[in-house]
Design a protein around this ligand. Structure first.
Ligand code: NAD
Length: 266
């Protein structure tokens, strides 16, 4: 079977865990040559090794997306190694959590350093990625796809406000940048997940609270189950593929219906 992204070169950030690892595996299964990038080099290596073990093609790269020079180097690495860039998936993200079991921090207890740190990764990191990828796309003569991981927190009031502000920014920049680059045949969309049981925010999904966290996520989603990282990877694959050739500027909820409204319970 021909893969949905056969032969494409895809850079994926936050590839060492959760959504990024699921997307790296899925894109490789669909024929992409993947650069799996993460701030944690060991995790990036693990993802590349998992892809290689399945017979796929991948390289690992360490990159802190909050550092523009590192992001430029990451894109240059993909182009140098595979000869071009077709897809960038800006997925790396962090949040601001309170003490264990407390959930997201309220604004009044969030420090200026925490606000700057979450913006540096979730907003600046996405902007740096888009900037470097679009530059590479233009040098190749145009065309290319960007997918961002935003969040349900960018669409509705949900979770911590410092984090929500960053994801609202990703939703907005996805629309605005899509308009800026549409004339160059470059598409940009985002995936907006609701609660997923990943390592994110220090959630201890192997620990004693794991079942409680899962139950909370299930109760919050009208479809009644947590979002799986592979649910988001599937959406990202669709948006990155030619199946979505006429879709740009869209922020696609992968949220079990949470942003649609209030479910009928009877
Ligand atoms: N888990 C959720 O409930 C949830 C909900 C909505 C949106 N999201 C978003 O989904 C995306 C992926 O989150 P996840 O749940 O897979 O989390 P995760 O923590 O399992 O994975 C995130 C990965 O990003 C890496 N990372 C962190 N900072 C980085 C940086 N500065 N540069 C490069 N890599 C960095 C981490 O090392 C980690 O491997 C994030 O953008 C997050 O905001 C998550």
């Amino acid at each position: 079977m021909k893969g949905l992204v056969d032969g494409k070169v895809a850079v994926i950030t936050g590839a060492g865990s959760g959504v990024g690892q699921a997307a790296s595996l899925l894109f490789a299964r669909h024929g992409a040559r993947v650069v799996a990038a993460d701030i944690d080099a060991a995790r990036a290596d693990e993802t590349a090794a998992l892809i290689a073990a399945e017979g796929g093609e991948a390289r690992a790269a360490r990159c802190d997306v909050a550092d523009e020079t590192e992001v430029e180097r990451l894109i240059a690495f993909a182009v140098a190694h595979y000869g071009r860039l077709d897809i960038l998936y800006n997925n790396a993200g962090i949040t601001v959590m309170g003490a264990p079991g407390e959930g997201p921090k309220r604004l009044t207890t969030t420090s200026a350093e925490e606000i700057c740190a979450v913006q540096a990764v979730n907003v600046n990191g996405v902007l740096y990625g888009c900037k470097a990828a679009i530059t590479a796309f233009e040098q190749q003569g145009g065309g290319g796809v960007i997918v961002n991981t935003a969040s349900i927190a960018g669409l509705i009031g949900y979770g911590g406000v410092a984090y929500g502000a960053t994801k609202g920014a990703v939703v907005g920049l996805t629309r605005t940048l899509a308009m800026e680059v549409a004339g160059k045949a470059i598409r940009i969309n985002s995936v907006c997940p609701a609660g997923m049981p990943t390592r994110y925010g220090g959630m201890d999904m192997g620990g004693p609270n794991a079942e409680k966290v899962r139950q909370g996520m299930s109760a919050a989603h009208p479809l009644g189950r947590p979002i799986d990282p592979m649910d988001c990877a599937n959406a990202a694959l669709f948006l990155a593929s030619d199946l979505a050739a006429n879709i740009t500027g869209v922020n696609l909820p992968v949220d079990g219906g949470l942003s649609a409204g209030v479910p009928l319970r009877r």
